[in-house]
Design a protein around this ligand. Structure first.
Ligand SMILES: [Zn+2]
Length: 108
């Protein structure tokens, strides 16, 4: 999911607010970071099999431009994705609510 320019500004503001001290890469010692232009997702592990209704963790990826070291921030905890009720999503996708663990809606 592509991050809008407004949300990108919000993300950078939140990172600057929450990231205390110098923003130095722990691997190479530089301060040269990039915020990915898309929200990625980390999926529940199931021994190599894909679970359609498994847990999904939407993630904002921050990468060191020098060495590639990567930080992942949960987009919901960061506050740039809004959660919705399990029931609404379950109705939309015709699945039972109890199998949905992490839910998110589009950002605009
Ligand atoms: Zn680095």
């Amino acid at each position: 999911m592509k991050i809008s320019p407004e949300k990108m500004t919000e993300i950078i503001g939140l990172l600057n607010k929450n990231w205390k001290g110098q923003k130095i890469c722990p691997i190479c010692g530089n301060n040269n970071w990039n915020v990915s232009e898309n929200i990625a997702e980390i999926r529940e592990y199931n021994k190599g099999s894909f679970i359609v209704s498994g847990s999904v963790y939407p993630t904002v990826i921050i990468t060191c431009n020098i060495c590639g070291y990567t930080l992942n921030f949960n987009a919901i905890k960061l506050g740039i994705l809004k959660t919705d009720t399990q029931e609404k999503i379950a109705l939309k996708f015709n699945v039972y609510p109890h199998i949905l663990h992490v839910i998110y809606v589009d950002i605009h």
